[in-house]
Design a protein around this ligand. Sequence first.
Ligand SMILES: C[S@@+](CC[C@H](N)C(=O)[O-])C[C@H]1O[C@@H](n2cnc3c(N)ncnc32)[C@H](O)[C@@H]1O
Length: 375
Amino acid sequence: MQNAEMIVMEDLRACVKLDIVERLAKMILTNAASEIPVCTADVATTALEATVQCAGQLKFAKNGEEDFAVFVLQDGMAKITSIVLQTMSTYEDYNKASRRYDDQRAAVGSDVMAAMLQFYIGKKLQDLQILDAGCGTGNYAKSLIEHGARQISLLDSSPGMLEKAKDKLSDYIANGTVKDFIEAKMPPLPFSDETFDVVMFNVVLNHLDRGNPEFPNCVNTLKETVRILRPDGFIIVSTMLPSVAHNVMWFTQLNMKLTKRFTDECIPSVEQIEKMFEDAGIQCIQKLSILGSDMYKSYYNLDGPLDESWRATSSYWSFATSEEVAEAVERVKSLKASGEYEQWVKEHDLASSSGFLTIFFCKPRTTDKTIPLPE
Ligand SMILES: C[S@@+](CC[C@H](N)C(=O)[O-])C[C@H]1O[C@@H](n2cnc3c(N)ncnc32)[C@H](O)[C@@H]1O
């Protein structure tokens, strides 16, 4: 292979070593190599292949999946701006994140979801077959069970998150409330037609596509949802909106350039969500915003941005490059040094009046435009 060189790197998926990938990007740029084999430390088991697809992307193919590293040229140097792991979220390594996820996160809005589902479907929660799609560590599934659900399936692409969910729900697995744990990447949804009464996606859809304003993976996942729903079934989509990152959460306003890049690439706006629903044949019946910051348990830890373990619980920080994180950290340090930090946070935090989470209650679209209210 012309210009080919061998370098040793760890498995991209298990441990993303930016400096090594950057070295690789530099080598490719300087050698103009079209194909460079890259090996992990354990060459025999986990050899990866890197191919330059176009300027700015390094593709890694493994087991038929394609991951890629996005790099930019800065002062003649190749700098990795992001790593996209196609087998998981487009910007977060949830196997790694699973270790700390529950330190911070709570199933905000699950009480509202339980009430709304019973109201709209007109059946008790215990009689509904529910899929928690992108279940993570199982917080929403657990809360719905505590509200009365008795038939719930969980699906996620991250084995690490699923392991945590299995531990948390072991009693409910034993008594048959939890029917199954599926490790799968959406789309598609590996279930037969008309299997569920409810499919919920809690803060998941923003992980399926990146840099594509049409959100094709989301649309295909939602189309699949329509297929696996029973007649009169319901879909719940909960998400953070771009406006929340721009105006409501204080820590996302420390580095607005990063936040704009994050929301532009990954977080669909209300208009884009409505377009997704339309493309997938879904209609939204009701939108709700949950007030407050309860989704993040230590949201008001003002020193959080300085602490890697605090940052590790929000995928916002995983999306950021190390330079962008450093800029946010510097901003905190300088605000602290000038004695303005607490006031700055007060002025940039609207969580108590706006909250982070918006919930969309949806149904497959019918030809009849009117939605009957339950009797
Ligand atoms: C922010 S977490 C939300 C977890 C859980 N729903 C909650 O609210 O606590 C996003 C989850 O989506 C999962 N995920 C991301 N992309 C996925 C995909 N393509 N297919 C299935 N799960 C995916 C991740 O592994 C992660 O567990």
